[in-house]
Design a protein around this ligand. Structure first.
Ligand SMILES: Nc1ncnc2c1ncn2[C@@H]1O[C@H](COP(=O)(O)OP(=O)(O)OP(=O)(O)O)[C@@H](O)[C@H]1O
Length: 331
């Protein structure tokens, strides 16, 4: 299913021409020259990228493209060798992760970090912006923070109800299904009232029964005015809920555009997921195509020992991209 029509060079979200690293009309994140090396390997080498405010942006690319590392850098969980980036116009370089969250940029993790031995409610309270009562002086001044704690609990209960986890409030997080943990992570991220929510593979390990609910929740974040940036291998999600798609390969941003332009090119999608097709790569430059194919060829084969849910999700994401699926999504 190749498309030989020339994609539009302008877009309402873009200031200038659409292309890798293009300027946005209203960016919430702007990154410049961000490089992260691990020994001899350059995991991230992003010359320039901007994330549009109030939109849902998907960050896609083959395994090892540097997506998670870039997330880690932006949110202060890792430090780059060089580079600068800003959030809401303020520099975030050298800002530690807990302060990044306080400024309104929160993230979830690819491997769920819900603390299994804590209850669902306790997990939620860990996500609260103000954690008073932790120091010895604060502990002595209980009346001062008890009010805050009550407000946090009320917010947690409201979010648990919204994500249909209220019945699990007192259960250990370890007892939740994969999908419920994803919902818990999203709910916990909202405890700090963020303006940017970054989701790392929100669909990984999620049972199909919960898929629609998760998609609706992500769309709900946008409806409330939040910006969403997510890394995902599930192309169904990328295609149907994102306003903008940024493609990484070998640490670099190699393409970006609206999903209908990026995703109409079946060969691009297949290349990212490791399948090989002869279809025309049309809208990309030869250099970008070469980068993609190189990255796809180097892709590590699926480890049979790896978690079934993880590999199933990735395979599921690839097989779900069919013309029928497309039509269904349009209805
Ligand atoms: N802490 C680390 N030490 C050494 N190498 C690392 C480290 N973290 C990531 N890498 C390497 O950096 C590259 C980019 O990894 P990263 O996890 O960011 O890719 P990704 O695009 O998120 O991949 P996936 O889709 O598989 O999650 C990979 O080659 C990876 O092996």
């Amino acid at each position: 299913m190749s498309d030989t029509t020339t994609p539009p060079t302008t877009h309402p979200l873009v200031d200038g021409e659409v292309g890798p690293g293009c300027k946005k009309v209203d960016p919430i994140v702007v990154a410049d020259g961000v490089v992260r090396q691990f020994g001899g390997l350059t995991a991230v080498d992003v010359a320039h990228v901007e994330i549009p405010r109030g939109m849902i942006t998907a960050l896609i690319g083959p395994n090892g493209a540097g997506k998670t590392t870039f997330f880690n850098l932006l949110t202060g969980f890792d430090r780059p060798n060089k580079g600068s980036w800003s959030f809401e116009g303020q520099s975030l370089a050298h800002v530690p992760s807990h302060k990044v969250a306080r400024r309104g940029m929160v993230r979830t993790f690819q491997l769920t970090k819900s603390l299994g031995r804590l209850t669902v409610l306790q997990n939620m309270l860990l996500g609260a912006r103000d954690q008073r009562g932790e120091g010895i002086f604060a502990a002595l001044l209980k009346p001062l923070w008890a009010k805050q704690e009550q407000a946090n609990t009320e917010r947690a209960d409201a979010l648990l109800a919204r994500f249909k986890l209220d019945a699990k409030r007192e259960d250990y997080a370890a007892s939740l299904s994969g999908g419920q943990r994803k919902l818990l992570e999203m709910a916990r991220a909202l405890m700090s009232e963020p303006s940017l929510v970054m989701l790392d593979e929100p669909m990984a390990g999620v049972n199909p029964a919960l898929t629609q609910s998760l998609l609706d929740h992500v769309k709900g974040l946008k409806a409330e005015g939040m910006t969403v940036l997510f890394v995902e291998h599930d192309m169904h999600m990328v295609r149907h809920i994102s306003d903008w798609v940024i493609v990484m390969a070998e640490g670099k941003v190699v393409a970006e555009g609206p999903p209908e332009t990026i995703m109409q090119n079946q060969a691009v999608v297949d290349a990212y997921l490791g399948a090989h097709h002869d279809t025309d790569l049309g809208t990309l430059t030869n250099q970008q195509v070469a980068q993609i194919n190189e990255a796809a060829e180097e892709e590590v084969p699926v480890d049979p020992e790896a978690s079934a849910t993880d590999s199933e999700t990735r395979t599921g994401g690839a097989t779900r991209i069919t013309a029928a699926d497309d039509e269904e999504g349009q209805r």
